[in-house]
Ligand binder design. Structure first.
Ligand SMILES: C[S@@+](CC[C@H](N)C(=O)[O-])C[C@H]1O[C@@H](n2cnc3c(N)ncnc32)[C@H](O)[C@@H]1O
Length: 390
């Protein structure tokens, strides 16, 4: 009503997730059995530990620099970073090189990250540094930012984005007789609920649709009646690629998605069940499949100094990094109850397809993550090929 007309799905998604007053992520902890959905770091400590192995291998390939920015985009509860630091804490040369930069829009989740990383705030007024926050898990300085652009540049950088891209707003287009129309969100006549409408004429976001279509084969587009594009994912990838070109290092992106144009994937999840996208906005998570092919093209377009690797399935990624050895080692020294939880966690992380974990009704969210989730890496070419993409 304020706008005097419908808004794009991307704008709707951004408001629903990150509106500073009422956004889904802003005021509460949405993860785990009690929350709305579960993520790999919450499933098992082994996930963060394996990402730690990946980061340490890259750091070695970078020539073991003694100062590194380790950036995590959208750290949630901070569990991945907690397991990474705890797992890496014996490798002092690595942990002592790190400055952690957490990019997080939610004040509530920032507090939870502070708590879970066992942070202490130190006063450094004497040497003019001001306040410094240290994670006591590995003695690492930690800073928070609301966007990647705010992370100081000039140091070799390792960036981790786990389930961050899927929260970025997507535009949806529908094929009609005279071309492509954008799907928009409008008010019902009585102004009490929302409904979808099609834009009568092309919207500015059509430029991104055209760009995405140019990156695909004509036959791939011809088969589709709906297409989703994520301009924020393209822009973020370009920021990552430029940063890695100038400062060295690499990025790891893990998310669910496809290595091709995405047609219609936007979904809403509340309390572990699929619900309608327009139902009670702000009370359910909205997410969309990540278009890995478009991430690759965005990175390659902006810099000749980076190389892009993958995607490969999460199952292959964790398997090649040695998760089977890790689970075996942990099983040597635990109670029967812990062993059960380790085995279940392991299979949820690497389980191929949906069975045997999911035989429930359609509205239930499947829980096997091994093949639905994929890993991709963007590195400075000087670093060579990152593990385990060789
Ligand atoms: C799906 S959760 C993933 C959390 C965590 N990586 C995990 O795997 O458990 C998305 C995270 O990104 C944050 N987030 C979403 N959109 C953001 C944005 N535009 N800027 C900064 N943080 C954002 C959320 O608050 C949340 O921490």
């Amino acid at each position: 009503m304020f706008r005097g007309g419908p808004i794009s799905i991307a704008e709707y998604m951004e408001e629903v997730l990150t509106n500073p007053k009422a956004g889904f992520y802003i005021n509460r902890d949405v993860f785990g059995a009690e929350g709305d959905f579960i993520t790999s770091p919450e499933v098992s400590q082994m996930f963060g530990e394996m990402i730690g192995v990946w980061a340490m291998c890259l750091w070695e390939q970078m020539g073991q620099p003694n100062r590194v920015n380790l950036v995590e985009l959208g750290p949630g509860r901070g569990t991945l970073m907690m397991d990474l630091l705890r797992g890496a804490s014996k490798f002092k040369n690595f942990t002592e090189s790190l400055h952690l930069h957490l990019v997080e829009c939610s004040p509530t989740l920032q507090k939870l990250q502070h708590q879970n990383l066992k942070c202490v705030d130190e006063d450094h007024m004497a040497d003019n540094v001001g306040k410094r926050t240290i994670s006591t898990l590995a003695g690492t300085p930690v800073s928070w930012h609301s966007a990647l652009e705010q992370v100081p540049s000039g140091l070799p950088t390792i960036i981790i984005a786990h389930e961050f891209y899927d929260a970025l707003p997507v535009h949806q287009f529908q094929r009609v007789s005279h071309g492509w129309c954008e799907k928009m969100v409008d008010l019902e006549e009585d102004s009490s609920t929302f409904r979808f409408v099609l834009s009568p004429q092309p919207t500015p976001a059509i430029l991104y649709l055209m760009k995405r279509c140019k990156w695909a084969a004509t036959e791939e587009i011809a088969k589709l009646d709906q297409i989703e594009v994520c301009p924020k994912a393209m822009e973020l990838t370009q920021t990552i690629a430029k940063r890695i070109s100038s400062d060295g290092g690499g990025a790891l992106i893990i998310d669910y998605g496809l290595n091709k144009v995405v047609s219609d994937s936007l979904q809403a999840i509340r309390k572990h069940k699929f619900v309608h996208i327009l139902d009670n906005p702000g009370s359910a998570d909205l997410s969309a499949y990540v278009d890995f092919a478009s991430i690759r093209r965005s990175a390659e377009e902006v810099s000749g100094e980076v190389s892009v690797h993958g995607p490969m399935t999460q199952s292959q990624f964790l398997g090649s990094l040695g998760i089977n050895f890790r689970v075996e080692a942990l099983l040597q020294n635990c109670t029967e109850e812990q062993a059960e939880s380790l085995r279940t966690g392991y299979w949820r992380l690497v389980g191929e397809g949906e069975a045997p974990f999911w035989e429930g009704p359609e509205e239930e969210v499947p829980i096997g993550m091994g093949t639905r989730y994929m890993a991709m890496s963007i590195v400075n070419k000087k670093q060579g090929t990152p593990v385990p993409f060789q």
